[in-house]
Design a protein around this ligand. Structure first.
Ligand SMILES: Cc1ncc(COP(=O)(O)O)c(C=O)c1O
Length: 305
């Protein structure tokens, strides 16, 4: 890898076993090549659906209740009947896990779309066959070879009356455009501001800075209500680390001692530079490391170790 190679926050170790996985598609478990949805599917045609990314550690789904809460809340918000109870969704995750013989270091993308449409147009009433539910579960060991480089972009995760930033929607075009802009600027991922210009989030993860022993993140009003974000705030509070959800600007950010991203996939990922300015040492800082350890301990506690 050269210094200019791009890195993704969702990069993982190659694992040939992932070619052999079975994928859950509406109750059937299918090999990759046969796990297909219709070109009339609302998700394919319009990005009309919701999803959750979950991780399996030592036989247990981390924070599964939080993920199911968010999924069912989103289904209410977009008026999509999942057609399954919480227990049935959990059973589908378990079935996928069991058939793939996975125990730990595995990641699942659980997707629910409004299903197959009768005609190729937008109106939700054209989705008449019930939802499409897919679970892709892969062996996944995050492997990010260096701290992430961010670039600030003009794209925003906007106000609740446009596409509510708290919806884990299938359509990620806004975030994808942000990521493309960051890549064009030579970075790995985009740092997105809120509608007032305060630092908000990245295109795929929540964002934190560390200043003089304090941990800061955005107010939460304009970003994904990330489960990892909430757990980082929780472990900081429990450990007596001062943590604040507040407005702050790029000035505070460039001058931070550390910065890191949070998400289910990578837990806490260090940020090395933003807009060409090195953050702190440019490597993972001591507070990020401490929070990673606290988070790992919380996951282990959840998994009943
Ligand atoms: C835009 C965005 N921010 C943050 C996150 C991280 O959320 P979580 O910690 O629940 O994985 C995600 C992942 O779904 C996301 O898409």
């Amino acid at each position: 890898m050269t210094d200019t190679d791009q890195v993704s926050t969702h990069q993982s170790q190659d694992d040939p076993r992932n070619e052999e996985i079975l994928i859950y598609v509406n109750g059937a478990l299918k090999p990759k090549a046969e796990a297909l949805v219709s070109v009339y599917d609302s998700g394919f045609m319009l990005g009309d659906g919701i999803w959750e990314g979950l991780r399996l550690y030592n036989g247990k789904w981390a924070f599964v209740d939080d993920h199911l809460d968010r999924l069912f809340e989103a289904s209410l918000a977009i008026d999509l009947d999942i057609g399954m109870t919480r227990a049935e969704v959990f059973a589908a995750l378990e079935e996928t896990r069991a058939v793939n013989n996975m125990h730990t270091d595995a990641h699942a993308r659980l997707m629910v779309t409004r299903g197959i449409k009768t005609r190729p147009f937008q109106h939700p009433s054209l989705s008449q066959q019930g939802p499409t539910v897919v679970i892709i579960m892969e062996h996944s060991q995050p492997k990010i070879p260096r701290p992430i480089r961010l670039a600030t972009v003009p794209h925003q995760r906007g106000l609740p009356m446009t596409q509510d930033p708290k919806l884990n929607s299938h359509s990620k075009l806004n975030c994808i455009l942000a990521c493309i802009a960051a890549e064009k600027a030579g970075a790995d991922e985009a740092l997105m501001l809120d509608v007032h210009g305060f630092v908000n989030t990245t295109n795929a993860c929540n964002f934190f800075i560390v200043r003089k022993g304090e941990v800061w993140t955005s107010t939460g009003d304009y970003c994904m209500n990330g489960i990892t974000r909430a757990k980082v705030i929780q472990v900081c509070r429990e450990a007596g680390i001062p943590v604040f959800e507040r407005n702050y600007s790029l000035v505070d950010t460039y001058g931070a001692d550390e910065a890191f991203l949070t998400g289910t996939f990578g837990a806490q990922t260090p940020v090395g530079s933003i807009d060409g300015r090195q953050i702190g040492s440019g490597e993972m800082g001591p507070m990020t490391q401490r929070i990673r350890d606290l988070y790992k301990a919380l996951v282990a506690k959840e998994a009943g170790e």
